[in-house]
Design a binder for this molecule. Structure first.
Ligand code: GLA
Ligand code: GLA
Length: 672
């Protein structure tokens, strides 16, 4: 069964409304709701007094319409009676100021008292709902995040360091604590990198960011363990924030979970752009799928204009359905919309649901009801279908953390660099997996590893194995600069990857904002193309690689900027600059040709094409993100599942913001 649902807050509305809500939900085709993830003050109204009756009644009404339930543990929004116990329950922000009551996500993830209350509410809920036939799974907390710099975290950080380094001598050496006389003679002297401490030691700061990430992984595991013990038949998930969120190592956070759930708002917070860039949600979806190398749930799929204090742009007719199909096209096996009805009060009174404040169904409800009917018909044929790209991009949270500490250039953003490359692939309809640098790469032909700044022996070993097996690897500037303690390596760059790349960086030049250095391509296939280097220029010296492009300007005019190294059956391309969209657009054409990767389909701009595989049957998704009718030329025949019509090779029109889901004709099995 394909899960199609909505996030529901019955506690925000009079009880008399619930039957009508459930009826309208069923009519929209919803078979699941997420409940209770912010309802702590109703579930435990006073310390130690638990009340599940209201939730039981809500679940029973939904069950009457065959609507199942995912329950959220409510720990993202602790009630005042709990937070009033002690100021220490609140997290301390990077500026050194302690949070106060009034929002959510304001707790310290290492506070032992908070842990006790967490264990108690989670245990109570788990015991109460273990046998409830409507409940299928759990979402832990809500969108983990925010580093805490409080004294409790400081002590826990010191313990974490003791386990990591064993001795202060080792720690002082790895961090280079001799610099500015930071050598520690007691663990309790070690600070946390709050702003009042100024620019921190990079080794200390990177370890603290790792520790802060681990804090949420550990806090989540505490809840996972309870739920697994009490509710062995239920799945356990957490709702992640896509590619953009960079304070937790999402690969680590996903490890203890059964599935990754994702919150997706293509026309996001206070966003009033006329056009939404489809590659944004696509990259996030591919990242979410990569965390566990499995399909994911869209747990909060945009249902209306977003907004807290101000209102973002209204999704155009067709966009909500289109975006939901985009999630599915990238591997969602469930779509749950956020939220059912727009709340009349509270901080999110302008974050619109499917129904407006008044609760009367309108355009958005009708659009999703239409989709619900489609999903009922076709969901089973899509559910579980796999995505099998030939291209991977390696995402390193370690490097991301390190760049937060020392970006190296005021205009450099790891995320933007990553997006530039992804966007070029996406624009050609080349499917991409986003993977960790140490993941198994054997199924890919092309792996792009942007700015692997913090590089380990394990990363290098894995990348080398991929190249030796015949793969094409792409490495970019600022790779291999740091060891795992965030100290600069004692080697010529790109450090541990220099040999594989067949180049060394002789010098580098940080370019002023807006300044470029023209590139002159000297290799067949690229000669004559225009592109330029920006932000950063590595001046390369080949130790075996063939020059692909040279700089045309400045004192290093004529020196190599991009080079290609043949390694056994494989190849490594070193791109010594970050460059602009034009550079990556140019390079991507050449790189996919080099790796023998073909785009799924040539399509007009704004038309996205993806594929999923139901065993050996191919499903082709064609999504028209534009406001005009578009035409694509299909190279296959099949059935458009959405209307049951057959499609044949050749031109097919696709209406504005419409979708085709083509189940390819079964290839006749050869009879021998
Ligand atoms: C000043 C200080 C040095 C060094 C340099 C570079 O000149 O005296 O110790 O910090 O700046 O930052
Ligand atoms: C996030 C949260 C939701 C809600 C929405 C809209 O995705 O998970 O609880 O706050 O944003 O703001």
């Amino acid at each position: 069964m394909f899960t199609f649902g909505v996030d529901y807050y019955p506690e925000h509305w009079p009880e008399e409304r619930r039957a009508e809500d459930a009826r309208l939900m069923a009519e929209a085709g919803f078979n699941l709701v997420r409940l209770a993830e912010f309802a702590w003050s109703r579930l435990e109204p006073r310390e130690g007094v638990f009340d599940f009756e209201w939730l039981d009644r809500a679940i029973a009404i939904l069950a009457g319409h065959d609507i199942q339930v995912v329950l959220g543990t409510p720990t993202a929004s602790p009630p005042p009676w709990l937070m009033d116990r002690s100021a220490e329950l609140f997290l301390v922000r990077e500026d050194g100021r302690r949070a106060t009551f009034g929002n959510r996500r304001e707790y310290c993830p290492n506070n032992p008292v908070y842990h006790d209350y967490t264990r108690r509410i989670v245990t109570q809920m788990a015991e109460h709902y273990a046998g409830c036939p409507s409940v299928v799974g759990w979402q832990i907390d809500n969108e983990f995040g925010a580093r805490c710099f409080c004294p409790i975290c400081r002590t826990a950080f010191q313990e974490w360091l003791r386990r990591r380094y064993g001795s202060l001598d080792e720690l002082n050496t790895r961090w280079g604590a001799v610099f500015w006389s930071h050598e520690y003679t007691g663990w309790e002297q070690i600070p946390v990198p709050v702003e009042t401490g100024g620019s921190p030691n990079p080794g200390l700061a990177l370890d603290f960011y790792r520790f802060a990430s681990d804090s949420y992984v550990d806090y989540q595991r505490m809840q996972v363990d309870i739920l697994r013990e009490k509710c062995p038949d239920h799945f356990v998930a957490h709702n992640f924030m896509g590619f953009g969120y960079d304070r937790i190592d999402y690969f680590d956070l996903a490890r203890d979970l059964d599935l990754v759930a994702w919150d997706i708002y293509p026309r996001g917070f206070w966003d009033v752009r006329a056009e939404v860039e489809p590659s944004g949600a696509a990259l996030s979806a591919d990242t979410m799928r990569g965390l566990k190398h499995q399909n994911f749930w869209a747990m909060e799929q945009q249902a209306g204009p977003s907004g807290w204090e101000t209102v973002g742009g209204t999704p155009r007719p067709g966009e909500l359905r289109l975006w939901a199909y985009q999630s599915i096209a990238h591997g969602a096996d469930a779509v749950v919309f956020f939220r059912w009805r727009t709340c009349r009060f509270g901080t999110e009174a302008y974050w619109h649901g499917l129904l407006d404040h008044h609760g009367i169904p309108g355009r958005r409800y009708e659009e999703i009801r239409r989709m619900g009917a489609e999903i009922k018909r076709i969901g089973e044929q899509i559910h579980g279908a796999a995505i099998k790209p030939e291209v991977a991009m390696a995402l390193s949270y370690e490097s991301r953390f390190a760049f937060q500490i020392q970006p190296g250039h005021p205009q450099f953003s790891y995320a933007e660099h990553f997006r530039h490359i992804y966007r070029a692939l996406h624009g050609r309809n080349v499917p991409v997996d986003v993977v960790a640098p140490t993941d198994d790469l054997s199924s890919y032909s092309l792996v792009i590893a942007p700015a692997l700044h913090v590089l380990s022996e394990a990363d290098v070993g894995n990348l080398a194995r991929f190249v030796e097996a015949g793969g094409v690897l792409v490495v970019t500037s600022r790779t291999g600069v740091k060891d795992e303690h965030n100290a600069v390596v004692n080697q010529r760059l790109p450090g541990l990857l220099a040999e594989l790349c067949g180049v060394v960086v002789e010098e580098y030049d940080a370019l002023p904002e807006g300044e470029c250095n023209e590139l002159e391509f000297v290799c067949p296939g690229l000669a004559g193309r225009d592109a330029s280097a920006s932000i950063w220029c590595d001046v390369l010296n080949s130790t075996g690689a063939t020059v692909v492009a040279r700089y045309a300007q400045s004192y290093y005019a004529g020196e190599p900027a991009i080079a290609l190294n043949e390694v056994g059956a494989g190849r490594v391309v070193y791109v010594g600059t970050f460059g602009d969209a034009i550079l990556w657009s140019t390079l991507v054409d050449w790189l996919i040709a080099l790796a023998g990767v073909k785009p799924l389909l040539a399509a007009p701009e704004g038309v996205e094409v993806t594929e999923r595989w139901q065993r050996d049957r191919r499903l082709l998704f064609v999504l028209n993100h534009t406001a005009e009718e578009q035409e694509v030329v299909l190279d296959t025949a099949g059935v458009n599942l959405l209307d049951g019509g057959s499609v044949v090779e050749g031109a097919v029109a696709i209406a504005p913001r419409d979708v085709l889901v083509i189940l390819e004709e079964q290839q006749e099995e050869e009879i021998i």
